[in-house]
Design a protein around this ligand. Structure first.
Ligand code: NAI
Ligand code: A1CAB
Length: 283
C-alpha cells in the first residue's frame, strides 16, 4: 500500500521552539509551523506587544512571555527563532544566551545581521542558521534561503530544513555574502508584487475604470498570473510572450515597460538599493 505523504513534518519535533518577536513575519512562520504539526505546548513566544492573535495562541496552549523563561526547555535540543527587527538585535540577542543549551539551534531571519554578528552576541560554539523567508510563508508558499555556521550539525541542519520547509520552499547557500541580494529579491519581493497590483489598479482608474472594479481586476490578475507561473512548466518569459499578440495591446504596453528607464531598469535599481540597505543593516 502506498504510504501517505507526511503532511505534518513537525509533529515529531521534540521542541520546544522559542519564537522571539511575533510580529508580521514571526507570526506568519508560527502559523505555518502550527498548521504542520508543531505542538502548541512545545512552543513559547517572547513578544512585548502581544496582539489578539498571540493571545488566542496562548489559549491554545502556547506559552506567551514565560515569566521565568523557558530555560530548561529551550536548552533541551530545541530551536530559537529570532524574528525581531535588525535594529534592536544588539539589545535583544545577548539575553537569549540564557536559553541556549547543548543542541539548541538558533534560526535568525533578521535582514542584514550576519552569522559573525550573532556568534559575537551568543555563547561560543552556538549553532546558528541565518535565513531569509518571505510573507507568503503564511500560506505555506514562502521561499527561504538559508546559510549555516560551522557549528550546525547535520541533525540541526535537518531541523532547520524541516522548520523552513513547513512554510514553503527552502534553498541553502554556502556563501553568506549572497544573503543581502537574496533579501532584496525574495525577502522584500512580495512588496514589489503588491505594489504592482496597487499601481495597476490606480492606472485602471486613470484609464476610466471605477475604483472597485479596477482593484478587483488588478488583484485577480496578479494572483492568477502568480498561480499560473507557479503551476506552469513554462518560464516567465514564455508566459509573457503567450499574452503578447504581435502589434496588439500588450505589445504597446510592453514597449513602455521594457523600454529605457522602464520596469527592468527600475527593478534593477530597486533591488540594488535593497541589497545596499541589507549591507548597512549588518551594523
Ligand atoms: N516582514 C517581512 O516580510 C520579512 C521580515 N524579515 C525579518 O523579520 C524580522 C521581523 O520583521 P517583521 O515581522 O516585519 O517586523 P515586526 O515589527 O512586525 O515584528 C517584530 C516584533 O518584534 C517584537 N519585539 C520588539 N522587541 C522585542 C524583544 N526585545 N524581544 C522579543 N520581541 C521583540 C515587536 O513587538 C514586534 O512584534 C526583521 O528582522 C526582518 O528583517 C525577514 C523576511 C521577510
Ligand atoms: O523590509 C525589510 O527590511 C524586511 C526584510 C525583507 C522583508 N522585509
Amino acid at each position: 500500500m502506498a504510504r501517505k505523504p507526511n503532511t505534518k513534518p513537525l509533529a515529531k519535533f521534540k521542541g520546544p521552539l522559542l519564537l522571539v518577536g511575533a510580529g508580521k513575519m514571526g507570526q506568519a512562520m508560527l502559523d505555518g509551523w502550527l498548521a504542520r504539526g508543531l505542538a502548541p505546548k512545545k512552543t513559547a513566544i517572547i513578544e512585548p506587544q502581544p496582539g489578539k492573535a498571540i493571545k488566542a495562541l496562548g489559549k491554545r496552549g502556547v506559552t506567551v512571555n514565560p515569566k521565568t523563561g523557558p530555560k530548561a526547555k529551550a536548552a533541551a535540543a530545541g530551536a530559537i527563532v529570532i524574528a525581531v527587527k535588525p535594529q534592536i538585535a544588539p539589545d535583544a540577542v545577548p539575553p537569549l544566551g540564557l536559553h541556549v543549551g547543548k543542541g539548541t539551534l538558533i534560526v535568525s531571519i533578521m535582514a542584514g545581521r550576519t552569522l559573525a554578528f550573532l556568534e559575537d552576541k551568543l555563547p561560543k560554539g552556538t549553532a546558528i542558521v541565518r535565513a531569509m523567508p518571505n510573507t507568503p510563508a503564511a500560506i505555506g508558499r514562502g521561499i527561504t534561503v538559508a546559510v549555516a555556521n560551522k557549528n550546525v550539525s547535520r541533525a540541526q541542519r535537518k531541523l532547520a530544513s524541516d522548520l523552513l520547509a513547513a512554510i514553503g520552499t527552502v534553498e541553502w547557500v554556502d556563501d553568506e555574502r549572497l544573503m543581502d541580494a537574496v533579501t532584496a529579491v525574495s525577502g522584500s519581493g512580495p512588496a514589489y508584487v503588491f505594489l504592482l497590483a496597487e499601481a495597476m489598479a490606480q492606472a485602471g482608474v486613470a484609464a476610466g475604470l471605477p475604483a472597485t472594479l479596477a482593484a478587483k481586476l488588478a488583484r485577480e490578475t496578479v494572483a492568477g498570473s502568480g498561480e499560473l507561473l507557479h503551476r506552469s512548466p513554462l518560464d516567465a518569459a514564455t508566459l509573457r510572450q503567450n499574452v503578447t499578440s504581435p502589434g496588439g495591446t500588450t505589445a504597446a504596453a510592453l514597449e513602455v515597460l521594457m523600454g529605457p528607464g522602464g520596469f527592468d531598469a527600475l527593478l534593477t535599481k530597486a533591488i540594488a538599493a535593497a541589497t545596499r540597505r541589507g549591507r548597512e543593516l549588518a551594523g
